[in-house]
Design a protein around this ligand. Structure first.
Ligand SMILES: O=C(CO)COP(=O)(O)O
Length: 228
């Protein structure tokens, strides 16, 4: 599956609101808005829901994490092969709530490429973004941890973190796409993110915790539709 941009990636994290049957319900809601608007909306359900969700929607599905091990004798680990077999098109890695070492990111990015899986490497500062871009993932996602879950959007509260990240990635590895995330809730936040040079957003609570998922996602993509 080829990813089209702009991209909205909804991370379900470990939220109970989007777990089990609810995970599929939210993914189907995202799919509905994606179909109505023609925009790429991807989802990253909990690992336990990955296969269930991927088998029942056609939008891109990502794992939230993988370990740097090959299939075999590794109890409790998640391999790239397993998430591929579960139907994911790729994986997030190094989320601030699930950090891994840089050498592990390197291994995962290289192995994912061999398996044709898309990698979204999360970062916390422009400097770390630059370092991760050098490893050659498909996408880096800059997310200042202090804004995560606050509803204060990075694209408005810390635009310089986003623009510096975009600028450094352009210099170091222009093939790498940049997303931003943390506090993204409204369509205005998404429009601001695109204006700063990103290809989209990574978000969680603004959608997962919304009372009306469809309304929240529609509101989120509205400004992008106007741009098109
Ligand atoms: O960590 C995030 C997405 O991966 C951002 O979380 P929030 O959208 O809840 O701020």
């Amino acid at each position: 599956m080829r990813l089209e941009y702009p991209l909205i990636l909804i991370n379900f994290k470990s939220y109970r609101e989007a777990s089990g049957k609810k995970a599929l319900e939210l993914a189907r809601t995202a799919q509905k808005v994606s179909r109505d608007t023609g925009l790429t909306i991807a989802v990253a359900p909990q690992l336990t829901d990955l296969h269930f969700v991927a088998a029942n929607v056609e939008i891109p599905v990502f794992s939230q994490h993988v370990d740097d091990v090959s299939p075999g004798s590794y109890t409790g680990h998640v391999t790239l092969e397993a998430v591929k077999d579960a139907g994911a098109i790729g994986t997030m890695i190094n989320h601030s709530e699930r950090r891994v070492r840089a050498d592990q990111v390197d291994v995962i990015v290289k192995r994912a490429r061999e398996l044709s899986l898309v990698t979204v490497v999360c970062t916390n500062t422009p400097e770390v973004t630059a370092a991760m871009a050098a490893l050659g993932p498909d996408i880096v996602a800059i997310e200042p941890p202090e804004l995560i879950g606050t509803g204060i959007p990075v694209s408005k509260a810390k635009p310089e973190v986003v623009t510096s990240s975009v600028e450094l990635v352009r210099r170091i590895n222009p093939a790498v796409k940049v997303l931003c995330g943390a506090g993204i809730t409204t369509g205005e936040d998404v429009a601001a993110a695109l204006r700063l040079g990103t290809v989209g957003v990574l978000l969680a609570s603004g959608v997962v915790k919304a009372k009306d998922w469809e309304k929240a996602i529609r509101e989120l993509v509205e400004p992008i539709l106007k741009r098109a």
